[in-house]
Design a protein around this ligand. Sequence first.
Ligand code: GRF
Length: 222
Amino acid sequence: MKIAIMASGNGSNAQAIIDRIKAGKLDASIEIIVSNRADAFVLTRAQKAGIKSACIERKDYPSRREYDIALAEKLTASGCELVVLAGYMLLLGHEFLDVFPDRIVNIHPALLPSFPGTGGIGSALAYGVKISGPSVHFVEEKVDSGPLIIQAALPVRFDDTLESLRTRIHSFEHRIYPQALQWLAEGRISREGRMVRVAPGSRKTIKPDGDWFVWPPLEEGF
Ligand code: GRF
């Protein structure tokens, strides 16, 4: 499966995807990594991994519409079959979304539909939730609203800080995102309205250990 990654910052999720591909666990190739920020560390990661990258900045376009069209053209030219948003911090309009119907996925650091938008981890912690964790979903125009593919539920500890909870959530992002992409690569994901199903595969599933729960279950290699 040919993918394009879009990210605005550190790119630890992009790195997790790069690493799973290298390890032979994820049947995908990254055609391009695109950022909207020239100083995003994800671009350094792309360079180190020998992956083509591009920086397309909003300020270089007179309108959001023109920016979205330029982005869509760049990704179409890369030949990608799936667009993977991994910490991409700009909203995408329909000029972009319509070019890749059902072919854009995103990861969010909270259990959607709770705590959408930026600051999801801090908002969940401040609210006092007892369980939190990341969600991978298809992208629709409304922020963090598309059909869910996989979620991880992690207990929030009494002594958790923003940093400790973020670290734990990220470590599961780095497992569930590559897993979701592998299901997509294997053609095991089907959608009916908001319901996303994963067809059974041949790999063993990993049992939760009491400190986390992922559904649908992670499989060996993830
Ligand atoms: C992640 O927490 C992801 O859930 C959110 O943006 C963050 C990106 O982190 N959408 P990184 O750049 O992949 O480290």
